[in-house]
Design a protein around this ligand. Structure first.
Ligand code: MN
Length: 177
């Protein structure tokens, strides 16, 4: 999947160019002083390509949304948020994202329904979707996988475990870990 990674990298580079400063990669800021907006402490650009992956976070709970998005941004992901299933579905269908984190319990259209509808489009068949639920029961996991989710995580999120799943689905092997 080297070509896939390369395509991902090139796509990211055209969007936001990371610059190398004093041994760290950082995102170029539009600020006139050209200060970094975020420092990324992983040195080789070839390994952690996931630092520029675009994530769609669909989550109706404001506290969960803020906390998880902040932690992911700190890790270098670009995070867009949607607060309900309908908006989440239409955002996911836009094709702008590399991976979706989908809360299952959402107002209006649930995460299960949104994922099912997303998978009806063949172009969206391979977009990685990780289900997030507050329930740790096997039936919930089965229901999420049956709806078309690739993975399943319970809340509160164990970030290390979530990152491992995200990286695997993004096709990244993190040699710096
Ligand atoms: Mn919810």
């Amino acid at each position: 999947t080297n070509s896939a990674k390369r395509a991902l990298l090139e796509r990211r580079i055209t969007g936001r160019t990371p610059i190398h400063l004093g041994g760290v990669w950082c995102e170029k800021s539009s600020h006139p002083t050209n200060r970094c907006t975020a420092l990324i402490s992983l040195p080789p650009l070839s390994a952690p390509l996931y630092i520029m992956a675009k994530i769609l976070l669909v989550e109706d709970n404001e506290m969960n949304r803020d906390m998880l998005s902040r932690r992911l941004v700190k890790r270098g992901f670009e995070v867009t948020m949607a607060v309900d299933g309908l908006v989440g579905l239409s955002e996911a269908q836009s094709g702008k994202y590399d991976l979706v984190l989908m809360d299952m319990s959402l107002p209006g259209l649930s995460g299960w329904e949104a994922t099912q509808k997303l998978r009806e489009d063949p172009a969206m068949a391979k977009l990685p979707v990780i289900a997030l639920t507050a329930h740790a029961m096997e039936s919930d996991r089965q229901q999420a996988l049956a709806a078309g989710c690739d993975e399943y995580e319970t809340k509160p999120v164990d970030l290390a475990r979530l990152l491992e799943k995200m990286n695997r689905l993004l096709g990244v092997t993190d040699s710096s870990a």
